[in-house]
Design a protein around this ligand. Structure first.
Ligand code: NDP
Ligand code: BG6
Length: 506
C-alpha cells in the first residue's frame, strides 16, 4: 500500500480546518445569502440539492444570515414542504436538532409556471426582500439553482433576470444538465441565457466534476513529476472510462427515453472526465486557464459516427409505464471510441462506456500501458504473459474512491516467472477523512465564486459538436440497440468490440 502507515499520510483534519478558516475570512461569509431552489418539488432537489445545503449548514459553511426558498408549480405550504424534505434529510445521518434548525430556514412558494412573473414577484417581495432587509448586512447575495427539466431553463432565466437579481450583491444561477439535446438546442439555450446573463453569473453544473478523484486529477497529474513524461501515447495504449449502474430508469423513464444514455452520461459526465485526463497543463490554476486547456482537447477530438459506437438496450426497458413509445430505440448502454488528435494522444483510443441495469455500480478510468519492449531475458511464456496482461492503472471514482496500479512482478520465491502485483491508494484508509458529496463541494464553489469546476459555454458547444451527428444518426436511422439482460455486463459482443476498439487507432 502507498499509505498504510498513518504517520505518512496528510493530516486531513488540519487541511479541513484551514479551509473553514479561509472561508470565514471571505466577504460573502459575512453577507446575507438567499438561495432559491427552482423545481424544489422534484427528485434532484430532495435527493441532492437540499441534503447538500444541509451539509454546508451543518459544517457552518453557509452565512449565518441565510434563507432557502423552494419554488415549483405543485402547491404546498411551508410546513408541507418541510415534511416532504424531512425523510431525505434524515437519511444523511445529520443530528436531528441540526436538521430542525436547517428546516426553519427553508420556505416554499408555488407558481403556475416556471416563467410566472407574479409568483416570482410575490416570492421575492414577500419572502426574500423582508428577510434580507431584516439582517444587519448591507450586501445580500442570491443563488438560484435550476433543478428543473431543460425545457424550462429559458423561461426560468428570463424571470430571474427581470425579478430576481440582487441589487446589492452577486446573483449566480446554477443550471443542471442536460444542457439541450443537440448542438442546435444548446445554441438556442445559450442564446436565451446570454441575453439575460453574463458568463460570470452562470454555473453549469456537472456533478462528476465534484467527485474526489476528478477534483484530484490536476494535483495528481501535475504535482508528481514522474507522470508527465509517460502520460502520453509513448507509454499509454488505451484509456477506458466506464460508468455502470445496477438499476434501470427507476421511475425516470419519461425523461430518460427523450435523452438516452449518451446524452445522460457520455456527452457530459464521462466526456468531462476524459478532458481533464487528457488536457495539457493549464497556464495557471485560474478557472479560465483550466477550461481553456479542456477546450483544446475537445477541439482536437474527432466528430463521432455510428461506426465508433456500440449500442444496447436492456430487456424490459420499455415496460416502464412512464415510457410511452413501446418500440423505442433509446440506448440504455453505449460505448464509443473517441480519437484525440493532439501530439500527446494521437493513436490512443479513448473509450467511454456507460450503461443502466448492469451488473454493478462502478465508475472508473482504466489506463492500459503498452507492453514493455526490452525485457532482456523474456522467455516465450513470459512474453505472452506481458502482452496479455500489460501494466495498468485504475482511477476509481466510485463506489470506493481509490487509485491502483496493477503491475508485473516476479513471482515471489524461487520462481522467476512473472505474476501480478497491486499498489493501492484507498481514500477510506486516510484518517479523519471527510469526503463530501459532489453536490456539496460544487455548491460551495458556487457560493465562493469558483467557476473552474463548472462547464463554460464554449466547452459545451464543442462537446455537442462532437456528439450531435451520432445522436441524429441514431434518431433518424432508428438503429436498433442490441439487447442485453437486466443485471448483466451489457450486449453479448461487448468484449469483442472492446478488444477491437482498444487497439491503437493510428
Ligand atoms: P424532475 O422530473 O423531478 O423535475 C423537477 C420538478 O420540475 C418537478 O418536481 C416538477 O415540479 C417540475 N417539472 C417536471 N416536469 C416538468 C415539465 N415538463 N415542465 C415543467 N415543469 C416540470 O427532475 P429531476 O429533479 O430529476 O431533475 C431536475 C434537473 O436536474 C433535470 O435537468 C435533470 O436532468 C437534472 N439532473 C437530475 C438528476 C437526478 O438524479 N434526478 C441528476 C443530475 C441531473 P412541479 O410539477 O411541482 O413544478
Ligand atoms: C445523473 C443521471 O446525471 O447521474 C442519472 O441523470 C445517473 O441517470 C446519475 O443515475 C449518476 O450519478 P452518480 O453520482 O450516482 O454516479
Amino acid at each position: 500500500q502507498f499509505s498504510s502507515n498513518e504517520d505518512d499520510v496528510l493530516d486531513v483534519s488540519s487541511a479541513t480546518n484551514s479551509i473553514h478558516e479561509a472561508i470565514s475570512q471571505e466577504s460573502w461569509y459575512q453577507q446575507t445569502l438567499s438561495v432559491v431552489v427552482v423545481g424544489a418539488s422534484g427528485d434532484l432537489a430532495k435527493r441532492k440539492t437540499y441534503p447538500s445545503l444541509l451539509k454546508l449548514f451543518e459544517e457552518n459553511l453557509l452565512p449565518t444570515d441565510s434563507i432557502i426558498y423552494g419554488y415549483a408549480r405543485s402547491c404546498k405550504s411551508h410546513e408541507e414542504f418541510r415534511r416532504h424534505l424531512l425523510p431525505h434529510l434524515k437519511k444523511t445521518g445529520t443530528n436531528e436538532i441540526i436538521v430542525k434548525d436547517f428546516l426553519s430556514k427553508c420556505y416554499y412558494h408555488s407558481g403556475k409556471t416556471y416563467g410566472d412573473k407574479s409568483a416570482y414577484a410575490d416570492m421575492i417581495g414577500d419572502g426574500l426582500v423582508p428577510f434580507e432587509e431584516s439582517t444587519k448586512n448591507t450586501v445580500s447575495n442570491r443563488l438560484f439553482y435550476l433543478a428543473v427539466p431543460p425545457d424550462v431553463f429559458g423561461e426560468s432565466g428570463v424571470v430571474i433576470k427581470t425579478h430576481g437579481m440582487s441589487t446589492t450583491g452577486w446573483t449566480r444561477v446554477v443550471i443542471e444538465k442536460p444542457f439541450g439535446r443537440d448542438l442546435e438546442s444548446c445554441d438556442a439555450l445559450l442564446q436565451t441565457l446570454s441575453e439575460n446573463f453574463e458568463e460570470h453569473h452562470l454555473y453549469r453544473i456537472d456533478h462528476y466534476l465534484g467527485k474526489e478523484i476528478v477534483q484530484n486529477m490536476l494535483m495528481f497529474r501535475f504535482s508528481n513529476s514522474f507522470w508527465e513524461p509517460i502520460w502520453n501515447s509513448d507509454t499509454i495504449e488505451s484509456v477506458v472510462i466506464t460508468f455502470k449502474e445496477p438499476f434501470g430508469t427507476d421511475g425516470r423513464g419519461g425523461y430518460f427515453d427523450k435523452y438516452g444514455i449518451i446524452r445522460d452520461i457520455l456527452q457530459n459526465h464521462l466526456l468531462q472526465v476524459a478532458t481533464l485526463f487528457a488536457m495539457e497543463p493549464p497556464k495557471n490554476e485560474d478557472a479560465d486557464a483550466i477550461r481553456d486547456a479542456k477546450v483544446e482537447v475537445l477541439k482536437n477530438m474527432e466528430i463521432l459516427s455510428l461506426q465508433d459506437c456500440l449500442l444496447g438496450q436492456y430487456d424490459g426497458y420499455s415496460d416502464d409505464p412512464t415510457i410511452t413509445n413501446k418500440d423505442t430505440n433509446c440506448p440504455t448502454y453505449a460505448a464509443i471510441r473517441c480519437k484525440i488528435n493532439t501530439p500527446r494522444w494521437t493513436g490512443v483510443p479513448f473509450i467511454l462506456q456507460a450503461g443502466k441495469a448492469m451488473d454493478e455500480k462502478v465508475c472508473d478510468i482504466q489506463v492500459r500501458f503498452k507492453p514493455a519492449k526490452s525485457f532482456p531475458s523474456m522467455r516465450r511464456s513470459s512474453k505472452n504473459f506481458f502482452e496479455n496482461a500489460p501494466a495498468e492503472m485504475v482511477m476509481r471514482l466510485q463506489p470506493d474512491p481509490c487509485i491502483f496500479l496493477n503491475l508485473n512482478i516476479k513471482s515471489p520465491g524461487l520462481s522467476t516467472m512473472p505474476t501480478r502485483g497491486n499498489m493501492v491508494m484507498r481514500y477510506e484508509d486516510m484518517p479523519n477523512l471527510s469526503n463530501p458529496d459532489a453536490y456539496t463541494r460544487l455548491l460551495l464553489d458556487v457560493i465562493r465564486g469558483k467557476q473552474g469546476s463548472f462547464v463554460r459555454d464554449d466547452e459545451l458547444r464543442f462537446s455537442w459538436q462532437i456528439f450531435t451527428p451520432l445522436l441524429h444518426d441514431i434518431d433518424d436511422t432508428k438503429v436498433r440497440p442490441l439487447p442485453y439482460r437486466y443485471g448483466s455486463s451489457g450486449p453479448a459482443n461487448r468484449e469483442a468490440w472492446m478488444a477491437e476498439m482498444t487497439k491503437s487507432v493510428l
